[in-house]
Design a protein around this ligand. Structure first.
Ligand code: AMP
Ligand code: MG
Length: 349
């Protein structure tokens, strides 16, 4: 299959591109498209056979459900059993935007889309390109991130092309995405609303609207027998080819440790910040942004992990990015990429 890439001029979009993309979706095919979080790999969410193609193209385990994307609030009713009051409140505040809500599914959503679950994940993205595509495609577009399963999520059309060339007919290229981390997932089927995946919308922001909200215990527990509730969160993910370790502790000790380890490797890779860039002496040093701008750090993370694969490094050391806001989402992705390998250097002399 030849994969066509159509550039979308955001100021003067060519509607024929959207019509073409919408036709592919309605005929049961796949289209990759930008959203404000990451690039998505879309199919008609109500067509079981179309959803199956997503799993095939990504090599995604079939028990890992897809997020259904909508563009209008009135479209929500059809795909859920009942719209919970919490969903209305959260949608008023954060939709369209980087937040996914889990609710009981209605009959019309096939199990092929929900990975066999009786619940469905729904999001209304804000990116105008995504919204137009959803409308042209019939209103319900199932779309996970458009990467091969296990690789870092794509934040540019080129990343999508690397993974999907020959496997899908069309990529809409809307330029680099805005946020660069996947949506926050809020489960509304529990007595206490629960965050299953941290993202740009933080726990505090959800609490502002709903009051009592908890983090999924499987995300924060160090006990590996406590499984995350979102099936996708249990898989190794975002992983670069080289071994990645996250180094934690006082910054001076972190820098000393990374320099020492890097000097022992042939082709080390280092993830640092603008504040520490000049302190690293060896290797492929990549600056992820300034510690004063966590949005920049979030938006560069996945691209940097992909670059290390291209550069062919043999080990990667990263500083840690714990912070009250987006830091939680950034560390969640980084820890998954590292297979949870962290080194605490605070006790080192
Ligand atoms: P992605 O589309 O790549 O961002 O992945 C979607 C994430 O949403 C995965 O971690 C899924 O496991 C999770 N997800 C989708 N639907 C559900 C659901 N019904 N219940 C729990 N988690 C879900
Ligand atoms: Mg994904």
């Amino acid at each position: 299959m030849v994969t066509e890439v159509i550039k979308i001029d955001r100021d003067h979009p060519d509607m024929s591109a959207f019509e073409k993309a919408g036709r592919i979706l309605k005929e049961g095919g796949l289209v990759a498209f930008p959203t404000e979080t990451v690039y998505g790999l879309g199919a008609d969410a109500l067509d079981e056979e179309a959803s199956r193609k997503i799993y095939e193209a990504k090599g995604r385990p079939s028990d890992n459900p897809l997020i259904v994307h909508i563009a209008r609030m009135e479209d929500l009713e059809k795909i859920v059993k009942k719209v919970p009051e919490e969903a209305v409140k959260l949608a008023q505040r954060y939709w369209p935007g980087p937040m996914t809500l889990i609710m009981e599914k209605s009959e019309c959503v096939p199990y092929g889309t929900t990975g066999g679950l009786d619940t469905v994940a729904v999001r209304m993205p804000s990116d105008p390109v995504a919204r137009e595509l959803i409308l042209q495609g019939g209103g319900y577009v199932a779309a996970p991130s458009a990467n091969t399963s296990g690789r870092p999520s794509p934040t540019t059309a080129r990343h999508v092309y690397e993974d999907m060339e020959g496997k899908i007919p069309l990529i809409l290229d809307g330029g680099p995405v805005e946020i660069g981390l996947e949506s926050t997932i809020v489960d509304l089927t529990e007595r206490i609303p629960t965050i299953l995946r941290p993202g740009y919308i933080t726990l505090e922001m959800v609490r502002e609207v709903l009051g009592e909200v908890q983090m999924d215990k499987g995300l924060i527990s160090s006990d590996s027998s406590v499984r995350p509730k979102a099936p996708g969160m249990k898989y190794r993910h975002y992983a670069p080819k080289a071994d990645l370790k996250i180094v934690e502790g006082p910054m001076e000790k972190v820098i000393a440790y990374i320099n020492e380890k890097a000097s022992e490797k042939e082709r080390p890779g280092i993830i640092c910040t603008e504040e520490t860039r000049s302190r690293y002496l060896y290797g492929d040093v990549k600056c992820i942004g300034s510690r004063t701008d966590e949005n920049a750090i979030a938006s560069h993370l996945f691209a940097i992990l992909r670059e290390f694969d291209e550069d062919g490094v043999d080990a990667i050391y990263s500083e840690s990015f714990e912070s009250p806001g987006l830091g939680q989402a950034i560390m969640n992705r980084l820890l998954k990429a590292a297979g949870h390998q962290r080194v605490d250097v605070s006790q080192k002399v």
